[in-house]
Design a binder for this molecule. Structure first.
Ligand SMILES: *[C@@H]1O[C@H](CO)[C@@H](O)[C@H](O)[C@H]1NC(C)=O
Ligand SMILES: *[C@@H]1O[C@H](CO)[C@@H](O)[C@H](O)[C@H]1NC(C)=O
Ligand SMILES: *[C@@H]1O[C@H](CO)[C@@H](O)[C@H](O)[C@H]1NC(C)=O
Ligand SMILES: *[C@@H]1O[C@H](CO)[C@@H](O)[C@H](O)[C@H]1NC(C)=O
Ligand SMILES: *[C@@H]1O[C@H](CO)[C@@H](O)[C@H](O)[C@H]1NC(C)=O
Ligand SMILES: [Zn+2]
Length: 948
C-alpha cells in the first residue's frame, strides 16, 4: 500500500508527502463472533480432541501443512445497475457472494487437524483428499474460532502423514462488505441523474482489498505472507460486466442469459494478501512497455474523457525503468490498474491488478492541478516498485513490513526522477519523508521500524505497522544505507537479493547479509548489521551536538519530552563540510563525548554537519556556529546545499521544541526568508511555524506573528509577477509549489492585496458561473481564502459546485475549501453533512473533519462532533482523526477531555493514537508555559523595529 490520501493541509503543501499516519485506520471492523459447526458428516463430532493433537495455536498457523496451490471460484451476485423499466419487476440488489475453494498442500508433520483462516464466511461441504493415493479422508467436524485467531479447525478421522500431499475442498458464501475490506461493494453514478430520486444512474462494482489479513474474509485460506501459493481463479459474473484478476485472462464464456465466467491463468507464487479481482462495467486505456500489456481501467465516462491517459502512459515508463534497474523482468504478460470510487488506502499493489482510489490515478487537463501529476506518478511508482519489493520478494512476517514499504518508497525517489525529470521532486520528497518520520519518531510512543515478531501478532498490531513511520523512516534509512555502502554496491546487492529470493520471503537480516557481501567485495569495513540494527531495532533517532570551538561531539536520543530518560545510542555516519573545505565522512559510534578534528572551526568559519541530509539525525551546534550559519544564509545562501538550507530551519525549530536551544534561535533562522525565493527553505519554515500557528492562533501572540509573516512574505509574493492573472503558473514544479506557498502565507496572514485578489478571482468565477479562470494549481488556496473572507453566498456556491462536478480533483479542492469558512453555523452544517454518505463518502469523512478541525473556527466544533458520532466517523482513518482534531490541545482541561475520551469510548485499535495525542498535549502545555512570553516579545520586537 502507499501512504493514504491527503489528510493535512500543512502537509499537502508538498504533494509528495500527502499522508500522515492515516493508513493505520484502514478500516475498523466490528467483528461479530459466531461459531459454525458443519454437520455434513454423519459421524458425531468427538467430545475429546485426538490425543496426538498439539495444543491449538493461538494466533499463528502451525507449520505442519504448507499450501502451494488454490483453485478458486467466486460468484458475486451483485447487479452493477438496476434500471427501472415500466411493467418489468426490477430485481432487488444483493450483496451475496458464493464460491468454492480447493487448496492443495503438503504435509511436513503428521497431524489430524487442519488449521486455516476463515472469517465471516459460511463454510460447508469439506472434502479432504489424499492426492497421492486419490483417497478421501473422513472429516469429523469443523470449528470456526472467529474471535481472535480466525481459525477454521477441521478434525479428521485419519492422520495426514508427513511427506504426503493433500487437498481440502470447501464451499463458502458471504456478504460483500460495505467497509472497503475483503470483497466489497463500491458505488458511483454514470451520467447525470434525471432527477433527485432517479436511481438509474447508480452503478455498483465489486472490488477486493486483502492486505494485511482480509483474504480470510473472501475464501478459507492459509492467510499468512509466508504461505505462498499459486492461485487458479475463475470468476462467475453478470453478463454485462468485466472481471479482472491478478493474471492474464485465459478464457471468458457465456454460461446463460444472466451469467458468464472468466478464467485466469495461474498467478505467480505469491502471498494471499496480494490476491485481487474486480467485477465492473469499467473500460480501459491500453498502453504497453513492449512485452507487457498495460490496461488502466476507470469509469467509462472518465475513460472516454481521457482522464486515465496520463496514468497509462507514465506506468509504461516506470515499469521499463524498474525492469532495467533491477535486471529482472516483470514476470506477467498483463498489468491491470483500476481507479476505484471507494478504497481504504490510496492504492494497493496486488500483483498484476493494482487498485487505486480514483483520485490517485485520474488526471483531467485544465481541471486537475498540474501538481496533481506528482501525486499520480508517485503512487504509481510506489505500487510498481512493490511488484518486486513485496510481491516477488515478501517479508516473512508483518513486523518487517518496512522492507516492503521502505523499498517501494525509496525506489520511488529514483523512478519519479526518471519518469518526470522536469518535476525535480527528489529533494523535496526526501526531505518531506524525513520530516514526517522525525515528527512521530520523537515521541516515546514511537516504535522500531522492525520490532520483534512477538510484538506484532494481533490484527490491530499488524495494522499499526502500516503507519507513517514505516513509510517515511523506511526509505530514509535505506537512503542512508546506500550512502554508507555507496550506491553502486547498494544497487548490486539489491539486485542479487531480488533474484535470489524471488517467490520467497525474507527478514531484514537477509538484506544485511546481502549488503555485507557487497561491502566485503568492495573492500569496505563497515559491519552492516551492527550499524543498521541501531537504526531499525531501536525506536527514535539521535541528535548530535557539536562544539566547533573544541571539536567535541556527542549524541543523545532526540525526544520532544525531555523528561524521558534514554540510554540508546547509534552508529552515526556524518558528512561534514566547512566554509573552507569540502565534505568529509566521519563515524560517531560511541555514546561518549569525543573530539574530532573535522569539527573544529579553524579561522572562525562555519561548520555544517549532515551535508545533503543523508543521515537520519538532527544536528545542534554551539551558538556561535549557528549564528555564523545564519549570517552565511543572509549573505549568500547558495554556499549551503539546498537540502541543508531547509534542514537548518527544521533542526533549529525542533531543537527549540525539545528545549535544546532557545526558541528565539529558531525564530532567528527565519530572518533570511525576506530574500529567499527557493521552495525548500520556505516549505520548512511554513511547516515549522505551523506549530506556532496551532499553539498561538487562539492567543494574543497571533497578531504580532501575522504582522511579522506579512512582512517576510512580501518579497516572495511579489516574486510571482502574474498574481493578477492567475490563469498561468511557472514552468518548474518547485516554483509552482512556492507560488502556492506565497499565496497561502500572504492570504492567511492577511496581506491585503492577497485577500483582495482571492476575493476578486472567486467573485469573477461566481459571476460567470462557468468559466473558471483560476489555474487549477491555485484553486484550492483561492477558494479557501475567498471562503474565509466571504459568507453564505460563497459557501453555497462552492457546495453546489461540489455536488454537481463529476471531476474528482475539483471535488477534492472544493471539499477542502468548504472547511475554510469562519462562519460557525456553516461549519456546523458541513460537519452534519459528513454523516450522510450521499453527501460525503465514507472514505472522505475523516479527511473532511480534519480540514474543519484545522480551521481555528472549526476546531472545537470538530472535537465535539467526533465524540458525538464516534461510531460512524471512526470507521476509516480513526488514528489520523484523533491526532488531527486534538493537534491544538494545549491546556489542562483539554488533556482531561482526552483522558475522558479514551475511557468512555472503546478505542482499542486506536489506543496508540490516543496515547500519542495525550503525550503531545502534555508537550504542548509545557511548551506554551515556557515559551509564550519569549515568543510574544520576539515578534513584538521584530515588528516594532520595522514600523518604528
Ligand atoms: C404496461 O402494462 C399496461 C397494462 O398491462 C399496458 O396498458 C401498457 O401499455 C404497458 N406499458 C408499456 C410501456 O408496455
Ligand atoms: C424484493 O424484496 C421485496 C421485499 O423483501 C419482495 O417483496 C420482492 O418480491 C422482491 N423482489 C424481487 C424481484 O425479488
Ligand atoms: C465450484 O464452483 C463452480 C462454479 O459454481 C462449479 O462449476 C464447480 O463444480 C464447483 N466445484 C465443486 C468441486 O463443486
Ligand atoms: C507517452 O506520451 C509520450 C508523449 O506524449 C509519447 O511519446 C509516448 O509514446 C507515450 N507512451 C505510451 C506508452 O503511450
Ligand atoms: C564549547 O567549548 C568551549 C571551550 O571549552 C566552551 O567555553 C563553550 O562553553 C562550549 N560551548 C558549548 C555550547 O558547550
Ligand atoms: Zn506500499
Amino acid at each position: 500500500m502507499p501512504k493514504t490520501s491527503p489528510v493535512s493541509k500543512a502537509i499537502a503543501a508538498t504533494f509528495a508527502v500527502l499522508t500522515v499516519g492515516a493508513i493505520v485506520g484502514i478500516v475498523t471492523m466490528v467483528i461479530f463472533y459466531k461459531v459454525q459447526i458443519s454437520t455434513m458428516d454423519p459421524t458425531p463430532r468427538p467430545t475429546f480432541l485426538p490425543t496426538t493433537a498439539a495444543p491449538p495455536p493461538v494466533i499463528r498457523l502451525p507449520t505442519d501443512l504448507i499450501p502451494h496451490r488454490y483453485d478458486l471460484f467466486f460468484q458475486p451476485h451483485l447487479y452493477t445497475k438496476i434500471i427501472q423499466e415500466v411493467n418489468v419487476t426490477s430485481p432487488n440488489q444483493t450483496h451475496l457472494f458464493t464460491g468454492n475453494s480447493t487448496v492443495h498442500f503438503h504435509c511436513v508433520q503428521t497431524t489430524r487437524t487442519i488449521y486455516l483462516h476463515s472469517l465471516d464466511l459460511d463454510v460447508s461441504g469439506p472434502v479432504v483428499m489424499d492426492t497421492d493415493q486419490n483417497r478421501r479422508i473422513h472429516v469429523l467436524g469443523m470449528d470456526n474460532h472467529e474471535d481472535t485467531s480466525n481459525f477454521l479447525q477441521i478434525h479428521l478421522k485419519d492422520h495426514l502423514e508427513a511427506g504426503g500431499n493433500y487437498s481440502l475442498f470447501l464451499d463458502f458464501e458471504g456478504q460483500l462488505s460495505e467497509e472497503l475490506v475483503g470483497m466489497y461493494v463500491s458505488t458511483y453514478t454514470e451520467g447525470q441523474p434525471a432527477h433527485e430520486d432517479d436511481t438509474d444512474a447508480d452503478r455498483f462494482l465489486v472490488a477486493t482489498h486483502l492486505q494485511p489479513g482480509y483474504a480470510r474474509r473472501v475464501f478459507p485460506c492459509f492467510d499468512e505472507p509466508e504461505m505462498k501459493a499459486e492461485f487458479y481463479v475463475t470468476i462467475i459474473h453478470r453478463i454485462d460486466t468485466t472481471a479482472l484478476g491478478n493474471s492474464e485472462r485465459a478464457e471468458s464464456n457465456i454460461i446463460d442469459e444472466d451469467w458468464k465466467y472468466t478464467r485466469f491463468h495461474p498467478t505467480p507464487t505469491m502471498s494471499t494478501y496480494l490476491l485481487a479481482f474486480t467485477v465492473s462495467e469499467f473500460t480501459p486505456v491500453v498502453s504497453t512497455n513492449g512485452r507487457v500489456s498495460i490496461r488502466t481501467y476507470a469509469r467509462p465516462e472518465a475513460t472516454a474523457k481521457g482522464h486515465a491517459k496520463y496514468a497509462a502512459n507514465i506506468t509504461s515508463t516506470v515499469l521499463t525503468f524498474y525492469e532495467k534497474k533491477f535486471e529482472i523482468n516483470y514476470p506477467q504478460r498483463t498489468l491491470d490498474q483500476i481507479a476505484l470510487p471507494d478504497m481504504g488506502p490510496a492504492a494497493m499493489e496486488n500483483w498484476g491488478l493494482i487498485t487505486y482510489e480514483q483520485g490517485a490515478l485520474l488526471f483531467e487537463d485544465g481541471v486537475s492541478s498540474a501538481l496533481h501529476k506528482e501525486w499520480i506518478v508517485t503512487i504509481i511508482a510506489h505500487e510498481l516498485a512493490h511488484q518486486w519489493f513485496g510481491n516477488l520478494v515478501t517479508m516473512k512476517w508483518w513486523n518487517d513490513v518496512w522492507l516492503n514499504e521502505g523499498f517501494a518508497s525509496y525506489m520511488t525517489y529514483y523512478s519519479v526522477d526518471h519518469a518526470e525529470p522536469s518535476f525535480k521532486m527528489m529533494d523535496a520528497t526526501v526531505l518531506s519523508d524525513l520530516h514526517v518520520a522525525f515528527e512521530s519518531d520523537a515521541l516515546t510512543t514511537s516504535h522500531p521500524l522492525s520490532p520483534p515478531q512477538e510484538e506484532v501478532q494481533q490484527m490491530d498490531q499488524i495494522e499499526q505497522m502500516f503507519d507513517s513511520l514505516t513509510y517515511t523512516k523506511g526509505p530514509f534509512v535505506l537512503r542512508m544505507l546506500a550512502d554508507i555502502v555507496n550506491e553502486r554496491a547498494f544497487n548490486k546487492a539489491i539486485n542479487k537479493y531480488l533474484s535470489d529470493f524471488s517467490y520467497k520471503n525474507t527478514d531484514q537480516d537477509d538484506l544485511w547479509d546481502y549488503m555485507q557481501k557487497a561491502v566485503d567485495e568492495d573492500g569496505g569495513h563497515t559491519n552492516v548489521a551492527k550499524v543498521m540494527d541501531t537504526w531499525t531495532k531501536q525506536n527514535g533517532y539521535p541528535v548530535i551536538t557539536i562544539n566547533t570551538t573544541t571539536g567535541e561531539i556527542y549524541q543523545r536520543h532526540f525526544l520532544f519530552n525531555d523528561t524521558s530518560e534514554s540510554s540508546q545510542w547509534w552508529h552515526i555516519p556524518i558528512r561534514v563540510m566547512s566554509n573552507g573545505s569540502q565534505s568529509d565522512f566521519v563515524w560517531l559510534d560511541t555514546s561518549d563525548t569525543v573530539k574530532k578534528e573535522e569539527f573544529v572551526s579553524k579561522k572562525g568559519e562555519w561548520i555544517l554537519a549532515n551535508v545533503n541530509c543523508f543521515g537520519y539525525y538532527r544536528v545542534n551546534y554551539n551558538p556561535e556556529n549557528w549564528e555564523r550559519l545564519f549570517t552565511q544564509l543572509e549573505k549568500d545562501p547558495q554556499r549551503i546545499p539546498l537540502m541543508n538550507r531547509g534542514q537548518l530551519i527544521d533542526d533549529a525549530f525542533n531543537l527549540a521544541r525539545a528545549k535544546l536551544v532557545n526558541v528565539t534561535l529558531a525564530l532567528n533562522s527565519t530572518r533570511f526568508l525576506f530574500h529567499e525565493t527557493d521552495y525548500l527553505p520556505w516549505e520548512s519554515a511554513v511547516r515549522n511555524l505551523q506549530y506556532f500557528v496551532l499553539m498561538f492562533d487562539r492567543t494574543e501572540v497571533y497578531g504580532p506573528m501575522q504582522a511579522y509573516l506579512r512582512e517576510k512574505v512580501g518579497g516572495l509574493y511579489n516574486h510571482f509577477q502574474n498574481l493578477t492573472d492567475l490563469s498561468e503558473v511557472p514552468e518548474v514544479h518547485s516554483e509552482q509549489h512556492n507560488q502556492i506557498t506565497a499565496i497561502n502565507v500572504a492570504c492567511s496572514n492577511g496581506l491585503p492585496e492577497c485577500v483582495a485578489m482571492a476575493t476578486k478571482m472567486y467573485a469573477n468565477w461566481m459571476e460567470s458561473n462557468s468559466t473558471n479562470m483560476i489555474h487549477p494549481n491555485l484553486r484550492s488556496k483561492i477558494y479557501c481564502h475567498a471562503m474565509a473572507a466571504g459568507g453564505k453566498e460563497e459557501w453555497e456556491f462552492a457546495w453546489n459546485k461540489f455536488q454537481t462536478t463529476s471531476d474528482t480533483s475539483e471535488k477534492d479542492q472544493l471539499r477542502k475549501a468548504l472547511a475554510c469558512t469562519k462562519k460557525i453555523w456553516l461549519l456546523n452544517r458541513y460537519l452534519e453533512y459528513t454523516l450522510d454518505p450521499e453527501k460525503i463518502r465514507l472514505m472522505d469523512v475523516a479527511p473532511t473533519i480534519l480540514y474543519i478541525a484545522e480551521n481555528v473556527a472549526g476546531q472545537a466544533l470538530a472535537w465535539n462532533f467526533i465524540r458525538a458520532h464516534w461510531d460512524y466517523v471512526s470507521k476509516a482513518h480513526a488514528s489520523a482523526l484523533i491526532m488531527g482534531v486534538t493537534s491544538r490541545f494545549s491546556t489542562q482541561f483539554e488533556l482531561e477531555e482526552l483522558e475522558r475520551f479514551s475511557r468512555d469510548y472503546s478505542v482499542d485499535s486506536e489506543s496508540r493514537a490516543v496515547q500519542q495525542a495525550m503525550e503531545q498535549t502534555q508537550v504542548n502545555i509545557q511548551w506554551l508555559s515556557e515559551n509564550k512570553d519569549a515568543v510574544l516579545e520576539w515578534f513584538e520586537r521584530q515588528t516594532a523595529s520595522k514600523s518604528g
